[in-house]
Design a binder for this molecule. Structure first.
Ligand code: G6P
Length: 608
């Protein structure tokens, strides 16, 4: 994530940049900064912390008037959230100023090349590489230099760039990450999202992928990567500010459900090769240490625990290592058997959940190797673990986890395949096949999201249903558990997640007419058994909903079938959970509940 803003025109640039950035804080808020560019000087003011901290700092430093500048609010993906890593970034001559959203996949190679030429770097960011590449091209017009950089940079990125002494031009570029231009009268705006300039103009241009845009007070010119000028499509924004902050969605939760294809693609970015291998250099754990592991534990709470459940199946199946999973608050009290050949994986989207932190601290004290999986760079979990694997979902505002969950599933699948690869536990051709299938997930999740209208229709009918069961086996079991938790959390409906085969040992006594049973049957090796369990529920009067793969013949057991794109066992958990997120969402909104802030819950729980 991250939010970027640029302004050129007659106003004081800070008066546009600071409020604009505040409106983009939903995209990231660990540090922020602005660069103010004049014909004879340039100021860069940045700080760790939120926009309120930056606004205070700008007030204190009281910079000279400037009518052009760029700004940034950060959600760290590269390097800790501190003032040095905050944007804007300069090249080592201090002539180029860059704000950037996204990930430069080939930054290591570019950085070594620049370092060999004598360039110095002060931050840990990939962005500084872009600034120095641009600094090498001072003889070219800025728009041309940015075009050349876009040809070299790999990955998803959006940029806004200015050059010392050129206060009348900002150059933007986009591939993957969003970028829009706001058209004013004698002034123009550049931003990651519309709310940044909506109070000034409703006229806009959406910058397409692989385009470079040159923004001056009186003109906006768009070029493709061959340098051809393109006629941009002008649009008018019809949303009000509140709707714009939610990207036109009625709630953050629905927006975040819709952001999942992008978040999953980001989480995969740079971690798999074209030849289907998993590369997790970022872990920086000696491969011999990973080969010496003889047992794995995964600890987490809430939704993250459901990612741990999937991880158990994946790691055991792919590496043949024994895996135990624990609700983090139970882990240390059961006196688990740990030593220096144990790997303990803590999963926490916030990285601050005290139960999970206490569990990994306990594991470290017993000599275990700890890997943290979190969405927040430099969170307590990241700092205290021996190694970290980040999900790259961007900030999640809705209290109920959605995009952080699906990216956790993807991160744990990557970790499972990586362990299998390092330990030689899996045929490389099978790893390659599964990696190939994972790369299809963003598109498949998009397809699953498209089933929303049908789910909304079903949810309206179920406004008065008091009891739901969510059932699945194997990889479908954690999906069912998560479906039930979502419904409890945001719709306040009693919902039980159960292993489908366990129902006959007790809970089946609760099944009667009026109960809705949601079965998840995507895991091929247990699918037939799940379907017979659903027959047992149907025979006792329950309404049956089935999540099944496209093209799969499920007979007539279900009253409603929700189709998801097919995928290999365990990988398809990512797609299968999406309809259940939407189901909970629509049941809750049909009851007019505040889905973004459900009662009694907190996004981050720092008490035991
Ligand atoms: C809270 C939230 C849950 C979340 C759990 C674990 O209870 O309400 O949605 O799953 O904490 O959070 P974590 O940040 O550790 O993933």
């Amino acid at each position: 994530m991250c939010g970027i803003v640029g302004y050129v025109g007659p106003r004081q640039a800070v008066d546009v940049l600071l409020p604009g950035l505040s409106r983009l804080e939903y995209r990231g808020y660990d540090s922020a900064g602005v660069a103010l560019v004049r014909s004879d000087s340039m100021d860069v003011i940045k700080t760790v912390g939120r926009m309120a901290d930056l606004t205070g700092l700008v007030g204190k430093e009281s910079p000279a008037p400037a009518h052009a500048g760029v700004g940034h609010t950060r959600w760290a993906t590269h390097g800790a959230p501190n003032t040095v890593n905050a944007h804007p970034h300069l090249d080592d001559n201090g002539d180029i100023v860059v704000v950037h959203n996204g990930i430069i996949e080939n930054w290591r190679a570019l950085k070594s090349e620049l370092a060999a030429k004598g360039h110095r770097f002060v931050s840990d960011t990939d962005t500084e590489v872009i600034a120095n590449l641009l600094g090498e091209m001072s003889d070219l017009p800025l728009v041309e230099a940015v075009r050349q950089v876009m040809l070299r940079a790999e990955g998803a990125l959006a940029l806004a760039v200015m050059r010392r002494g050129e206060p009348d031009v900002i150059v933007g570029a986009r591939r993957g990450s969003p970028l829009v231009v706001g058209r004013g009268d004698g002034e123009n705006f550049l931003a990651s999202d519309i709310p940044a300039f909506l109070e000034h103009t409703r006229e806009m241009i959406v910058v397409d992928d692989d385009r470079v845009v040159e923004v001056r007070p009186d003109s906006v010119r768009v070029f493709d990567l061959e340098g051809n000028e393109i006629e941009p499509e002008h649009r008018k924004v019809e949303w009000d500010l509140e709707a714009a902050e939610k990207g036109g969605f009625p709630t953050f939760m629905l927006k975040e459900i819709n952001e999942q294809p992008h978040a999953i693609a980001d989480t995969l970015l740079g971690r798999v090769t074209g030849s289907g291998r998993v590369v997790l250099h970022e872990l920086e754990v000696d491969e011999d240490v990973l080969r010496s592991i003889d047992k794995v534990f995964v600890v987490a709470c809430g939704t993250s625990y459901h990612a741990a459940m999937m991880a158990k199946y994946a790691i055991e199946r792919w590496t043949r290592l024994p895996v135990e999973i624990d609700i983090a608050s139970e882990f240390r009290y059961r006196d688990p058997v740990l030593d220096d050949r144990s790997l303990v994986i803590g999963i926490s989207q916030s990285g601050e959940t005290i139960d999970t932190l206490a569990a990994v601290r306990y594991a470290k004290a017993q000599g275990a190797l700890v890997i943290g999986v979190t969405n927040v760079v430099d969170s307590a979990l990241a700092r205290e673990s021996d190694a970290v694997l980040y999900t790259r979902a961007g900030p999640e505002i809705g209290v109920a986890a959605t995009k952080t969950f699906t990216t956790q599933l993807v991160a744990m699948q990557l970790l499972g395949l990586y362990l299998a690869q390092v330990r030689g536990a899996m045929d490389p051709a099978r790893v390659e096949m599964l990696v190939g299938e994972m790369m299809r997930l963003p598109e498949q999740v998009q397809t699953a999201i498209a089933s929303g209208a049908e789910i909304e229709r079903l949810a309206r009918v179920w406004g008065d249903v008091r009891d739901f069961f969510f059932l699945g086996r194997s990889g479908d079991f954690p999906v069912a558990m998560e479906g039930a938790l979502k419904l409890k959390e945001i719709a306040y409906v009693r919902a039980e997640g159960y292993a489908a085969g366990e129902m006959k040992h007790g809970p089946i006594a609760l099944i009667e007419k009026g109960v809705v049973v949601v079965g998840v049957a995507t895991d091929s090796h247990v699918r037939a058994k799940t379907l017979s369990n659903m027959e047992e529920m149907k025979a006792r009067g329950a309404t049956i909903v089935l999540v099944a793969e496209e093209g799969d013949d499920v007979g007539d057991v279900a009253d409603h079938v929700i189709r998801v794109p097919p995928g290999p066992d365990l990988i398809c958990t990512v797609t299968a959970v999406v309809p259940l997120q939407l189901l909970a969402y629509h049941v809750a909104t049909a009851k007019e509940l505040d889905v973004d802030k459900p009662r009694n819950l907190a996004k981050t729980v720092t008490v035991e």
